[in-house]
Design a protein around this ligand. Structure first.
Ligand code: 13P
Ligand code: SF4
Length: 304
């Protein structure tokens, strides 16, 4: 942490001077997560927290769709992202035209879009979901057939959890979680018997089936904090284990992890530059923002 200290001090000072708060996703590196974040959480928690921000500026330490969601929910605030290139393979996989294709194929079926989407896709959807509430939202909708976009694996995991619904999906995937295979988890268990394996629901269903628990990033942190397994494998992005390991000295974090190249674009240096220069400011097309907000607010209302 020593080499990060000057940046951490400078960022925290500038944050106060500029009346800014930092909302950081659970996949941020430990120096961001512990050193400069005011709020940490999964996508749902960060969206809810964005609605409560009173400071003038939000610096979103996460990927672009997360910053857009903050702007959609709290449009009077200036929302900055330290690197505007921090995208997401899921958000890139679908456009409003894709939503229109799905609606034409399944007339009358509501569209549930993962928050890992652009504002334009949210505006074209009926309701959003995150990995924390996807099954709850699909179960609560009255229609028998539900379109889920853009994560095929989240949709397939929800389809298993909510068998009374006919869930259909778009073929997007997360480049971090699609890399895991059931054989990886089985082999790991064979070498490390007794290890608790917990997987994010963006993993394919045959991977989730090999795990002891599946949940959003916050759900995974809650599970490990509550159960304190002697050994655990987090089937997700690498920073998750790094961020919680110090607070859980009795837990041994094992196993391979995968990096999200987009999340890792956010660094202390870029956060400092962002606060200093006011870049990159995130804007949302005024023609889209109200419909996008409706889709996100419906999700927040339904998941209370
Ligand atoms: P969570 O909502 O579970 O934090 O997931 C966001 C994400 O991008 C995971 O890859
Ligand atoms: Fe997108 Fe996957 Fe990275 Fe999450 S981990 S931001 S879903 S690419």
């Amino acid at each position: 942490f020593a080499r990060h200290a000057p940046y951490i001090r400078a960022i925290n000072r500038l944050k106060r001077e500029k009346n800014a708060v930092i909302l950081a996703h659970n996949y941020m590196t430990p120096e961001i997560y512990h050193g400069v974040a005011d709020v940490v959480g999964d996508s749902l928690q960060l969206a809810i927290e964005a609605t409560k921000v009173e400071a003038e500026t939000i610096v979103q330490c996460g990927v672009h769709f997360m910053a857009e969601t903050s702007k959609i929910l709290n449009p009077a605030k200036r929302v900055l992202i330290p690197d505007a290139q921090a995208g997401c393979s899921l958000a890139e996989s679908i456009t409003p035209e894709g939503i229109a294709q799905m609606r034409a194929k399944y007339p009358g079926a509501p569209v549930v879009s993962y928050v890992n989407t652009t504002a334009a896709v949210k505006a074209a959807s009926d309701i959003c979901c995150t990995s924390a509430n996807a099954a709850q939202i699909v179960a609560a909708l009255p229609e028998p057939t539900i379109i889920m976009t853009p994560d095929q694996y989240l949709a397939q995991n929800v389809a298993k959890a909510v068998p009374q619904k006919n869930v259909v999906w778009w073929a997007g995937s997360c480049i971090v979680h699609e890399q895991y295979t059931p054989a990886d988890l089985r082999d790991f268990r064979a070498y490390h018997p007794g290890t608790k394996i917990i997987a994010h629901p963006e993993c394919p269903p045959d991977v989730v089936a090999e795990a002891d628990f599946s949940g959003s990033t916050a759900g995974m942190i809650d599970f490990v904090t509550r159960e304190k397994p002697a050994q655990v494998m987090l089937v997700t992005e690498c920073s998750m284990a790094s961020n919680i390991a110090d607070a859980l000295p009795s837990v041994e974090f094992l196993g391979p992890c995968n990096m999200c190249p987009y999340m890792k674009m956010i660094t202390l240096e870029k956060i400092l530059w962002s606060l200093h220069t006011g870049t990159e400011e995130v804007t949302v097309d005024p023609a889209l923002i109200d419909n996008a907000r409706l889709a996100v607010e419906r999700m927040i209302d339904l998941s209370r």
